[in-house]
Design a protein around this ligand. Sequence first.
Ligand SMILES: NC(=O)c1ccc[n+]([C@@H]2O[C@H](COP(=O)([O-])OP(=O)(O)OC[C@H]3O[C@@H](n4cnc5c(N)ncnc54)[C@H](OP(=O)(O)O)[C@@H]3O)[C@@H](O)[C@H]2O)c1
Length: 235
Amino acid sequence: MTTTLITGANKGLGYESARRLIAAGHTVYAGSRDAERGRRAAERLGARMVLIDVTDEASVAAAAKTIEAGGGLDVLVNNAGIEGRTPDGGVAGAAEVTADMMRTLFETNVFGVVRVTHAFLPLLRRSTAPVVVNVSSALGSMARITAPGTPAYAYPGVAYPASKTAVNVITVQYAKAFPGMRINAVEPGYTATDLNGHTGTQTVEEGAEIIVRMAQVGPDGPTGGYFDAEGPLPW
Ligand SMILES: NC(=O)c1ccc[n+]([C@@H]2O[C@H](COP(=O)([O-])OP(=O)(O)OC[C@H]3O[C@@H](n4cnc5c(N)ncnc54)[C@H](OP(=O)(O)O)[C@@H]3O)[C@@H](O)[C@H]2O)c1
């Protein structure tokens, strides 16, 4: 029996990944930072609800205690993320971005990943087949963001791509440190969710594909990699 935690599973890609992993036989803890949103999602999914705000040390520690008491953890999907839109719905480009904006976004997308992974490491180390999936983005790819003519190149925001590049480095460093675990970064692709005001061109079913695949990777599978549904991505 595989036990899986997905952060930010009350909607979007996290919710769809939870649905698919439950169908594949995982016991899923659907993470939500809001008790009511989480309860409703978990009920619809047939998941266990766990309250977890990735920016809050005490919340993450309490979630780890709950899951430890429930029998432990095999798979961690660090999915919770924000894009950090400005009040007019845009993204802050180089002329507008401030250190405070960066800090807020990094608190969730980067420090959140480290906070959650660190708290769950003792549980993962007790698993016979531990897996971590870090939900990154192609916008975190230095190769893509410097390739003229690509959607990544055209994206004007600073904080979000920087946060996902940091997630990629974090993924590699953890993978090297824990060779017994399968730890990968994934790019779901541009998917219609609340994150982008549903402008994404893919469905959540398509977007969740690589998250679900990498959550089910076996001990012989890749680690320290960066993948979308088509295969490895350039860093
Ligand atoms: N959609 C895309 O095109 C796309 C492309 C590449 C990568 N991604 C990545 O995919 C992941 C999921 O995004 P999505 O598109 O599914 O967005 P979404 O529908 O907005 O879902 C984001 C989830 O993260 C949760 N969350 C945000 N801050 C949190 C916090 N501090 N603690 C716990 N949960 C928190 C949200 O909870 P609330 O409901 O409480 O806000 C929500 O459940 C993100 O890491 C995103 O960067 C998305």
